[in-house]
Design a protein around this ligand. Sequence first.
Ligand code: SAM
Length: 274
Amino acid sequence: MTAKTNGLDTRRAWDEMRNQRMRPMNIGYDPEFRAKLAEDHSAIARYNDYEYGRKAIDALGGILDENSRVLEIGAGPGTLTIPLAAKVKQVVVIESSEVAVRSLKKNLEARGLGNVEIVAKNWMDAGERELGGGFDLVVCSHFLWQMKDLEEHLEKMEAASMQYCAVIQPAGRDDMAKEMWTRITGERYEGEFDPDADYFAYLLLRQLGRLVDVRIMNYGAERDFEQEVRYIASFIGKYVEVDHHTKDVIEQYVSSKGLSMEPQSAVVMWWKIP
Ligand SMILES: C[S@@+](CC[C@H](N)C(=O)[O-])C[C@H]1O[C@@H](n2cnc3c(N)ncnc32)[C@H](O)[C@@H]1O
């Protein structure tokens, strides 16, 4: 699979933006931070009966039914997997993080869902044994930045699918995290940790002649005080060390603003493979 036009510029933009998105976190105030953040992700996935996943499946419309077999890449705690498993015949998940696999198993058990097979493996190392299952849909949600080579990723998705592929990617970041970033770094926020990556996939797919269906879905996410502080710290910590002092600054800011449910959006795109 080779994109035809202006591939070099697109690749350079992808690499530069990905370097920002994938910067490691420097958190000094809590040695348990990562474990707590993983639990936060799991709680947010469950928010409002897996609203994010339910809305994504609604947006995918008629391409799924009770006989569908689905491959999901990078499932995390089951944000999409849980509502997907409730709708289709079988889901195979490829997930490389042990922590995520543990959360996913817990969430599946809580729902009594027995039709999900978990392959604890790096997607890029997955071969015929894992991918030869004749899937009706191959999907990834909030995953694109994990891939160094987006074209290779899309190509691998297509190779594993018999019918459809889909990409779901959140759009935009909450105001609180962005405002806090400016306060702490003194710089104007210019999208450094926005999750948006869908337009790269769209461009590549259209250049390859795929006709891509696109829908926007809206969903909510509510965090408690500690979760909100960790959420903000996880982005700020990519740029400055979040020590006890910086954590106090974040806490004061969150206290002064108060907690509210910010509506969020995600882009859902899918296409039929040739
Ligand atoms: C940002 S989370 C998204 C989780 C979930 N899909 C969602 O929509 O909330 C990305 C997930 O992909 C997993 N992941 C990252 N790189 C991976 C790879 N190469 N192979 C398999 N899983 C991977 C991470 O462990 C993490 O659970």
